[in-house]
Design a protein around this ligand. Structure first.
Ligand SMILES: Cc1ncc(COP(=O)(O)O)c(C=O)c1O
Length: 361
């Protein structure tokens, strides 16, 4: 039966395809009666959170009868110092995903166009259409952002551009040269969001640091998160860095207590645990190499990644592979046709995945 409230819902909301998250471990255990299940579906940190961050979150619980400090004062100041920006250049979100929505809510009006790449982060259309904007998709070029296509896609109606760097789900980067050439062509009244959720994993010299642009280009917003390398996805905290004038406008639509006390405490402690970051990068690099070799042996094609996930092309339908792997206690992310995305796990998890794939072969 049709939903009776569709008649009164905003038209733009009816177009939205709801976000489908990675299948939770508990759900697979319940549905398939399995004990040992691993999740390589949501690009989380397989090593867990930093021990210092977990300790700080636990200690903060005693104070959760009070609302959090909405400005995240301590975290803001420490992070500003680390990033070499001013505290006024920062905004915190309930994950960087919330900031995508808030930016769209603050700037996008009905009729405005928002440009992003095909085969990119699925939360972009939700943010744009939720705000009543129109999405303009630029076809990808061999799984990479086509920056010439982006330039051609700019119109008088363009309000916002999302550049996902490295791109989820393909793991490809947009190079410094490409980003810089594009920024010179974007009018000053068009915002460019550089979504750098996987920034800390990248080891390519051609990769740009978005923060180096915010002085020269006041229309640039850099988004980063504590969900990925910092291992705090379940606490929900991310941040944006931009010119104070942009931050001031997005702040107007930010819910007052959008980042929790434990999330702020954990994020602050995580910033002081560089050893955890280093170990995570090392685990990821070793895992990538191991998985590449495993995929090659099995004839599974893949795109070389700069993130903590790999975009693969199976020999058969991705959904079928996903279902078969579930039965063997491995959750991946199926995509369209024969494609899928697999998060790099611990070595034990990577071995379990390859074994399960060998079994299917
Ligand atoms: C490219 C990209 N941006 C943003 C996010 C949002 O992450 P969070 O809201 O956990 O900070 C994700 C999460 O998967 C992502 O892949």
């Amino acid at each position: 039966m049709a939903n009776r409230f569709e008649k009164i819902a905003r038209k733009s909301v009816l177009n939205i395809k709801p976000y489908v998250p990675g299948k939770p471990i508990e759900e697979v255990q319940r549905e398939l009666g399995l004990k040992n299940v691993i999740k390589l579906a949501s690009n989380e940190n397989p090593l867990g959170p930093s021990k210092l961050a977990a300790k700080a979150a636990r200690a903060s619980i005693a104070g959760v009868n009070l609302y959090p400090e909405g400005s995240a004062y301590k975290l803001r100041n420490v992070l500003a110092e680390q990033l070499k920006v001013k505290p006024e250049n920062l905004i915190f979100g309930n994950g960087s995903n919330e900031l995508l929505n808030l930016i769209a809510l603050a700037f996008v009006e009905t009729g405005d166009e928002v440009i992003y790449s095909a085969l990119s982060f699925v939360a972009y259309p939700i943010a744009v259409e939720g705000a009543g904007g129109t999405t303009v998709l630029i076809p990808h070029k061999q799984f990479r952002h086509d920056m010439e296509g982006f330039t051609k896609g700019l119109s008088l109606k363009t309000k916002l551009v999302f550049l996902c760097n490295p791109n989820n789900p393909t793991g490809a980067i947009i190079t410094k040269k490409e980003v810089e050439a594009f920024l010179t062509k974007v009018p000053a009244n068009v915002l460019v969001v550089l979504d750098e959720a996987y920034f800390e994993f990248v080891g390519d010299a051609e990769y740009p640091d978005g923060l180096t642009y915010i002085e020269k280009y006041p229309n640039v917003i850099v988004l980063r998160t504590f969900s990925k390398i910092y291992g705090l996805a379940g606490l929900r905290i991310g941040y944006g860095v931009a010119h104070q004038d942009i931050i001031e406008i997005v702040e107007r639509v930010r819910p007052p207590f959008n980042t929790s006390i434990p999330a702020q405490a954990a994020a602050l402690a995580a910033l002081g645990d560089k050893a955890h970051l280093k170990k995570t990068v090392k685990t990821n690099n070793e895992g990538k190499k191991f998985l590449y070799a495993g995929f090659e042996k099995l004839g599974i094609k893949y795109v070389k990644t700069q993130g903590n996930f790999i975009f693969v092309e199976f020999k058969t339908n991705g959904k079928g592979v996903f279902e078969a792997l579930l039965k063997r206690g491995v959750i991946i992310r199926p995509m369209y046709d024969n494609f899928g995305r697999i998060t790099v796990g611990t070595m034990k998890e990577n071995k379990k995945l390859i074994k399960a794939l060998e079994f299917l072969d």
